[in-house]
Structure formats: structure tokens, C-alpha cells
Design a protein around this ligand. Structure first.
Ligand code: HC0
Ligand code: SF4
Length: 575
């Protein structure tokens, strides 16, 4: 152990502890801006500088370690003055029009500048005023970038993509796409992890809220909204509603007050996905067992995460045929809404305007894919909003959240089982699929918790699911860096699996790039627990037992993989 003094407090911490963590253990919060634990510990922003007795120079607290007998002052006049100057220099290249910034009120730079009493700038301001492709789901505004490198690090180290890089040199240093390519021409999968790791408003999603408000105001449109599984784990965070209170039923109430006519659940179509994808897997396994040829190759990959699908297309094109042809639950919902549900309502499909609320930015790109259009060329899903956009709509609609009550979702597309709910956490799609595969093979249900081996936050998990004697080798990865390691191992023949789930974001959609932002805090584990406990409490925990899914097959689709199901619910990833 090391004994030192911080701001007149005696502190004992293990060796190799940073000054930042040692101070934290004594209840002293040194401000940071660029720091991200284990990911970005470069001390670049110089906001965490502290004075150490005996040192001529101030030191960054985030990447300097404690020494026995050290005496540290975190807020001495010298440290405070340097911190203020460093922030003022950052602001001299920063577009500080906070009132028109999406991160106003949730911005570390704004908080720190205020806390330091920076109410004027002694330096002349220089802004870059660069252009951007504002149709892309991820928007970059370099006049709000503080060059902290967090986006570069998360894209490179966690996602293994390396879309962002430093451009130019010296005082012209900036962050942009590697090689300055237009963002749409890069391999960016639009996962949005750069947004949730950005400390300022330099990165944000394309805002589609006005398009939705316009549709709501259009008397000819019937506006439906679907709520993704992981949304229910996080929507209350920015509105100050506790996890216990922030139920999907209370969210339904909020969305109706915003003006949505019908509120449905993507969990419904997650159950539908299990029927289609599970049947596809079993059909392929059956053919393989009979020795019938299958040119697509093994394993079969899930296809519900558009970030992952885009990653395969861009970086591992030789594996595209291994993706399940099943559309994602978001897209299955849209396709069913504009056909089956239009019939239920007795209206022309073009009157329906389908919105989805997703924890995801990549879903904006997915719903715009040419392969995700209906027969008439109209999109199955008209607009995909992030949770953050939805929260802005709730606020802009003057909904006071303390008056929200629990209201049931609409029928028949508003009911999902416990298996549908867990889609939003890593391992959930696999677990839901194995539960129903057991039934589809044996005709009887296993215990709903018979296969829990792929839960948890390990980056690459593998297991063998025993389906009444048939062994199915499965793997689950989350975070594209982990996915790349897994794909390399498959390609090199080091591992062999039958079925693999990949979600692009760490933790799965609960950690998605469209979720509320809490600077420097990873909440995927906590949010995932919300979903696992909703499943544990659910009355129905098997996708094949969803009565609304059963009715949809009985009244409309016929059976899984029927010609109509193939037409509406499956896609060609080469299209
Ligand atoms: Fe997900 Fe999904 S689980 S990708 O993360 O499969 O966004 O929550 O909606 O579509 O259901 C996101 C979340 C979904 C889809 C579902 C899948
Ligand atoms: Fe979107 Fe979920 Fe995939 Fe992340 S893991 S890109 S949130 S679908």
C-alpha cells in the first residue's frame, strides 16, 4: 500500500493507483475531459492537472501514479489557474453556442467551464467551419471537437474499425475520417459508439424528430410507433425517472401524449424473428444432417444488428452468405404493420407511417436500405429515432413525466414474450433461439432457463446447446473488435460453430449508440439486468408461445418460411 496526502487528507491506496483514483477514494473528484478508463488515459486535455509538492511542473492526475509520501494539491491556485487556461484555450477553438447544441445540459466541457468561472474568453476564437454529409446517421461538427481522441480510441480499440483519425498538424490538428474520405464512403457501420463516448456535442445522430412531428400533424397519416427491447432499460434515465418507474407501459402513455396513435412493441417482432430465424437454422441443420449440399457455409450468423451486418459486408464479404436471411425485428415489424396490420385496420398501407424508437443509430441506415422497401417502393419503417431523440420529443410535447401512468400497449403487435425482451442484451437472441429450437425439434418446451451459458459480458462466449441429444455449437460476441477476432478464428479454422450471434455494441443494444449518454459511465450491465429480470418475471418466456405471433401466422403468413413469410420477412444481403 502507498500512503500519501491529497488536499490535506491522508490516503492509503494500492501501488500503481493513479492520482485521479486515489483522490476519488477520498471523495475528491478531480475534473477530467478526455479521460476514459482503460481506453483513453493520455492526459491530453490537461484539465486534471494537479500540483505535487517538490515537482516543478503540474502533472496530469489521470496517468500519473501515487508514490509513498506524495503531497498533492488538486485545487491550489497554480493548478486552478492552469486548468482554467487550458479550458479557455479549448474554448478558443470551440463553437460555444450552447443553446443550439444537442449536448447542452449534458456536456462535460460546459460544466467544467462553468465550475471554473469562465465567463469571458481572453483569446480570439478560430472556428474551422467544415462541411459534412448531413444525410448520414452520424453527424460530426468539428467546431465542437476538443480533440480528446475518445472517438478515435473507441472506434479503433473497441470496434476495431479505425474510421476516425487525427488530420493535419500542429495548431491545425483536427479529427476526421481516416484519409479524409466522405463518411458514407468509409466502412463506418453507424453504431454510434463515438457519439456516446464524446464528451461534447461534436458527434450526434441525424435528428429526424421534425419528420415525425410533421407526420403526426398530417391528418391523412396514421402514425404507429414500435419500442425496441433495450429502450425499456434506459428511457427514464434522461427524464429523471427511476428504473422501477420507467416501465414500457408508462412510456406508452408518454408516446400517446406526444401524438402517436398506436404504440407497439418490437418484442412482438423479435418473437417473430425467432420463428423465422430458428426455422431457417433448423432447416439448414436438417439438410446438413442428411448430407445435402449447402453452399452458404457455416456457421449461420444472426442478422438483426445492422451495425454487424454492415461490418460483414464491408470487412468480411466472404461471410455475407452466412448471415441469416431473416430481417431484423425492426424491419419485420414494419413489413407486418404495412401489410397485416393495414388489413386489420382496413386502411391503405400508404396511410401508415411507421416510427421506431431504438437504442441505436445504425437502425436509421437499416430502414433506408433499398432492400428494406415494400412492394410499392415505400419503406417498411419510415423513421428510426434514437432514445435521445424520443426524449427530446417528449420534452418538446410538454409532457410532464410525473403525471405519466401505466397504459397497456396496443394489440395485436404490442405483445412480446420474455424471449423477445432479452434480445436487447448480449446473448439474448441466442438464448431465445435455443429455447424455441428445442420446442421446434422436440415438440415440448424445455425449462425456460435450461440454457443460460451465453449470458454475461465476456466479449466472446461459446457453448454447446444440447437440444434433446442434438448438439448445437454456438458462440456470441459483442463489440466489433471481438467479432473480428471471432471471424478470423472461423476463417482460419481454429473454431467451428453452427450458430453465432453478434451485436455491434458492447453489451448488445443496452449499450447502443442511441441510448442516453452518461459521460464516462458504462451502463450496459445494469440495463441488461433490467431485461433479464423482465424475462424472469414474464408469464410467457418462449417466442413460439406468443399468441399474437401465432395469430399472425394463422391469419396471414401461414407458417414460418412460407412464400409470404419469405417475401415479407427475409432479405437478400447482396441486394
Ligand atoms: Fe436491438 Fe433488435 S435487439 S437490434 O439491439 O434483434 O436497436 O433493443 O430493436 O431490430 O428486437 C436495437 C434493441 C432491437 C431489432 C430487436 C434485434
Ligand atoms: Fe444498433 Fe444494437 Fe447493433 Fe448497436 S448492437 S449497432 S444498438 S442494433
Amino acid at each position: 500500500m502507498v500512503k500519501l496526502t491529497i488536499d490535506n487528507c491522508e490516503v492509503m491506496v494500492p501501488e500503481h493507483t493513479t492520482i485521479l483514483d486515489a483522490a476519488k477514494s477520498a471523495g475528491i473528484q478531480i475534473p477530467t475531459l478526455c479521460y476514459l478508463r482503460d481506453l483513453n488515459e493520455i492526459g491530453g486535455c490537461r484539465v486534471c492537472v494537479v500540483e505535487v509538492e517538490g515537482c516543478d511542473q503540474l502533472v496530469a492526475a489521470c496517468n500519473n501514479y501515487v508514490l509513498d509520501g506524495m503531497v498533492v494539491h488538486t485545487n491550489s491556485p497554480k493548478a486552478r489557474e492552469a486548468r482554467r487556461t487550458n479550458v479557455q484555450l479549448l474554448l478558443s477553438q470551440h463553437d460555444s453556442r450552447c443553446t443550439s447544441c444537442v449536448r447542452s445540459g449534458n456536456c462535460n466541457l460546459q460544466t467544467i467551464a462553468n465550475d471554473l468561472g469562465i465567463f469571458y474568453l481572453p483569446y480570439e476564437q478560430h472556428l474551422a467551419r467544415e462541411g459534412w454529409d448531413f444525410d448520414f446517421p452520424i453527424i460530426r461538427d468539428n467546431d465542437k471537437c476538443i480533440k480528446c481522441m475518445r472517438c478515435i480510441k473507441v472506434c479503433e480499440s473497441v470496434q476495431g474499425l479505425g474510421i476516425w483519425d487525427l488530420t493535419n498538424r500542429a495548431t491545425h490538428t483536427a479529427v476526421g475520417t481516416r484519409g479524409r474520405a466522405p463518411i458514407g464512403k468509409t466502412d463506418c457501420v453507424a453504431c454510434g459508439q463515438c457519439i456516446t463516448h464524446c464528451p461534447t456535442g461534436a458527434l450526434r445522430e441525424r435528428d429526424d424528430t421534425e419528420t415525425v412531428f410533421d407526420a403526426i400533424a398530417d391528418p391523412d397519416k396514421i402514425v404507429l410507433v414500435q419500442i425496441a427491447p433495450a429502450v425499456r432499460s434506459a428511457w427514464g434515465e434522461e427524464l429523471g425517472i427511476s428504473r422501477e418507474e420507467a416501465t414500457v407501459e408508462r412510456l406508452a402513455c408518454a408516446l400517446r401524449r406526444v401524438g402517436f396513435e398506436y404504440v407497439f412493441d418490437t418484442d412482438f417482432s423479435a418473437d417473430l424473428t425467432i420463428m423465422e430465424e430458428g426455422s431457417e437454422l433448423l432447416e439448414r441443420l436438417g439438410k446438413a444432417a442428411k448430407g445435402e449440399g449447402d453452399s452458404r457455409g457455416w456457421p449461420m450468423f444472426t442478422s438483426c444488428c445492422p451495425g454487424w451486418v454492415r461490418f460483414v459486408k464491408a470487412r468480411y464479404p466472404e461471410f455475407v452468405d452466412r448471415l441469416s436471411t431473416s430481417k431484423s425485428p425492426q424491419q419485420m415489424f414494419g413489413a407486418i404493420a404495412k401489410t397485416y396490420y393495414a388489413k386489420v385496420l382496413g386502411v391503405e398501407p400508404e396511410r401508415l407511417f411507421v416510427v421506431s424508437v431504438m437504442p441505436c443509430t445504425a437502425k436509421k441506415a437499416e430502414c433506408a436500405l433499398p432492400s428494406m422497401m415494400g412492394e410499392d417502393g415505400a419503406p417498411d419503417v419510415d423513421v428510426a429515432l434514437t432514445v435521445r431523440e424520443m426524449v427530446r420529443m417528449i420534452r418538446a410535447s410538454h409532457v410532464s413525466v410525473d403525471t405519466l401512468v401505466e397504459e397497456p400497449l396496443d394489440t395485436p403487435l404490442g405483445f412480446g414474450t420474455g424471449a423477445g425482451v432479452i434480445f436487447g442484451a448480449t446473448g439474448g437472441v441466442m438464448e431465445a433461439a435455443v429455447r424455441s429450437a428445442y420446442y421446434l425439434v422436440t415438440g415440448k418446451n424445455p425449462d425456460a432457463d435450461f440454457f443460460t451459458d451465453v449470458r454475461g459480458l465476456e466479449g466472446w462466449k461459446e457453448a454447446v446447446a444440447d437440444i434433446d441429444g442434438t448438439k448445437v455449437r454456438v458462440a456470441v460476441a459483442h463489440g466489433l473488435g471481438n467479432a473480428a477476432r471471432l471471424l478470423d478464428a472461423i476463417r482460419d479454422g481454429r473454431v467451428r460453430y453452427d450458430f453465432v450471434e453478434v451485436m455491434a455494441c458492447p453489451g448488445g443494444c443496452v449499450g447502443g449508440g442511441g441510448q442516453p449518454i452518461h459521460d464516462g459511465c458504462e451502463l450496459a450491465a445494469e440495463r441488461g439486468q433490467v431485461l433479464w429480470s423482465l424475462d424472469a418475471k414474464a408469464d410467457i418466456r418462449f417466442s413460439h408461445e406468443n399468441p399474437d405471433v401465432q395469430a399472425c401466422y394463422r391469419e396471414f403468413l401461414g407458417a414460418p418460411l412460407s412464400p409470404l413469410a419469405e417475401e415479407l420477412l427475409h432479405t437478400d444481403h447482396h441486394a
